[in-house]
Write a protein that binds this ligand. Structure first.
Ligand SMILES: Cc1cc2nc3c(=O)[nH]c(=O)nc-3n(C[C@H](O)[C@H](O)[C@H](O)COP(=O)(O)OP(=O)(O)OC[C@H]3O[C@@H](n4cnc5c(N)ncnc54)[C@H](O)[C@@H]3O)c2cc1C
Length: 441
């Protein structure tokens, strides 16, 4: 539906915005401009501003396993552009002996989608007990109490910040334009016009924080957790939610010791990766229902990431991570956490993405949102779905269509099968942090 020379604006140079620029450029679109509020890419506001993200194929919904991963995403990670950032370390998934039934059920349901699949059959090893886990990770010296799960040798992780940086450099070299920074690159408004001879609206571009107007035939909003600040109606069904991220600073020999360990997900506690050889940081994330920041009817990330209050993790998450370390690496369990932060993503009630035209905009405004905390692995292929959407002029995949439901005001995250616990509000976490700090004084 769009001619390949007409101007296209992508707002957001995160995982999905850059992927979209890559695929539009590869399919011959010559007039693509990416607006990014950060001064450089990777942006500290991106959910992918991180050392690593899990790249795994198992999902309870085989749609994502089959369509996205087996056929394309993992293959995309093996191409020259993405390959330097992909590490196929294998993926250990387990629950502890103390896991709630929900965590065990989720593990078995996700495993069922790949266990008998022809592509994975010979690549999955069920595991029970400490000795069997140590066959795959001899470095796990902790008790591994009641560990039961499997090893998937096809999966691993990607270095997410480096992947964003690599994609940016490539795109700049092939002529995609970038407008960066809090003034020139930050979109503050989507601009509409009324179509002649009707009352219908059409989006004609954006205004940026410096007051400039940028015209486009198609505007694509790929702002992750921040998107509802530009398109508030999205916030009814895709809300900003955050999880904690923490690191332990290792010495050279500790880092060398853990090189090559599988990406490991203990479904009732949290997950971790092999350490980053450059910074020697060992990253951990607790698993939970996440935290929201509801204000005036919308959950959005606080507008500034740095400095505090976001550079901490809640006490309940710290406890989970310390338990995880006691189970796996007791020698690390009391080490200080460094580089702690809350990382924001756009969440939907059923964890399905939204990749669609915004209704009543005459197919001039596209939203890429609802990554639901599992969208980074799709970076090599998200843009392909967007070019297909543009070419077809409609979203045929029901899971990814714009929704008219309003899911605000309910704590539905605790019902999501792969999350344990309940949602809390950022303001309560900040008060709790202040209380704990003053109790320590
Ligand atoms: C703690 C955590 C762990 C995760 N783990 C995994 C995992 O293991 N595997 C996995 O696949 N996924 C994981 N994810 C999810 C993954 O990070 C996201 O799915 C992915 O980053 C979504 O990409 P995006 O482009 O939609 O958003 P983002 O990557 O967040 O990018 C949005 C971009 O928009 C920019 N922006 C915002 N506002 C404006 C504005 N007004 N103007 C211009 N630019 C703007 C931001 O600076 C940012 O660069 C995790 C997420 C979190 C938070």
């Amino acid at each position: 539906m769009s001619d390949k020379h007409s101007p296209i604006i992508i707002v957001g140079g995160g995982a999905w915005g850059l992927s979209t620029a890559l695929h539009l450029n590869a399919s011959g679109h010559t007039n693509v401009t990416v607006f990014e509020r950060a001064q450089t890419i990777p942006s500290p506001y991106s959910a992918a501003y991180d050392l690593n993200k899990i790249v795994r194929p198992e999902y309870e919904d085989p749609f994502y396993t089959d369509l996205a991963l087996i056929q394309e995403a993992i293959e995309g990670w093996k191409t020259p552009l993405f390959g330097p950032y992909f590490h196929q370390t294998g993926y250990l998934v387990t629950t502890t002996g103390a896991a709630p039934p929900k965590a065990t059920r989720h593990l078995h349901e996700a495993l069922a989608t790949i266990q008998h699949h022809p592509v994975f059959k010979s690549k999955i090893t069920p595991l029970a007990g400490r000795d069997q886990f140590r066959d795959f990770a001899w470095q796990f010296t902790g008790p591994l109490s009641g560990f039961s799960g499997y090893f998937n040798r096809l999966a691993g992780y990607a270095h997410s910040s480096d992947a964003l940086h690599g994609a940016w450099l490539h795109l700049a070299s092939v002529g995609v334009k970038f407008i960066l920074g809090e003034s020139a690159g930050k979109a503050t408004e989507v601009l509409y016009e009324t179509l002649p001879s009707s009352s219908h609206l059409r989006v004609v571009g954006i205004r940026t924080a410096d007051g400039k107007v940028h015209q486009a035939k198609t505007t694509i909003v790929a702002m992750g957790a921040h998107a509802a600040s530009l398109v508030p109606s999205l916030g009814k069904f895709a809300m900003a939610r955050c999880w904690s991220v923490a690191h332990v600073q290792l010495t050279k020999s500790e880092c060398d010791l853990l090189r090559g360990i599988p990406t490991t997900n203990v479904r009732d506690l949290g997950f971790f990766f092999e350490p980053d050889p450059e910074t020697r940081l060992f990253k951990l994330c607790p698993l939970g229902a996440g935290f929201t920041n509801n204000q005036q009817g919308l959950s959005l990330p606080p507008s500034e990431r740095l400095p505090a209050p976001q550079d901490f993790i809640p006490a309940e998450d710290e406890r989970k991570l310390r338990r995880l370390l006691q189970e796996v690496f007791p020698w690390m369990a009391n080490r200080p956490f460094v580089d702690q932060k809350l990382c924001w993503f756009a969440d939907t009630i059923d964890s399905n993405f939204c990749i669609d035209f915004v209704p009543d905009t005459h197919k001039s405004l596209i939203i890429l949102s609802g990554d639901s905390g599992h969208g980074f692995k799709m970076m090599p292929i998200v843009g392909k779905w967007v070019t297909e959407l543009l070419a077809k002029g409609k979203q045929d995949e029901e899971r990814w269509q714009w929704r008219t439901v309003d899911t605000r005001g309910e704590d539905w995250a605790k019902a999501v099968s792969w999350r344990i616990g309940s949602t809390r509000e950022l303001k309560d976490l900040i008060s709790e942090k202040k209380r704990l700090e003053s109790a320590r004084l």
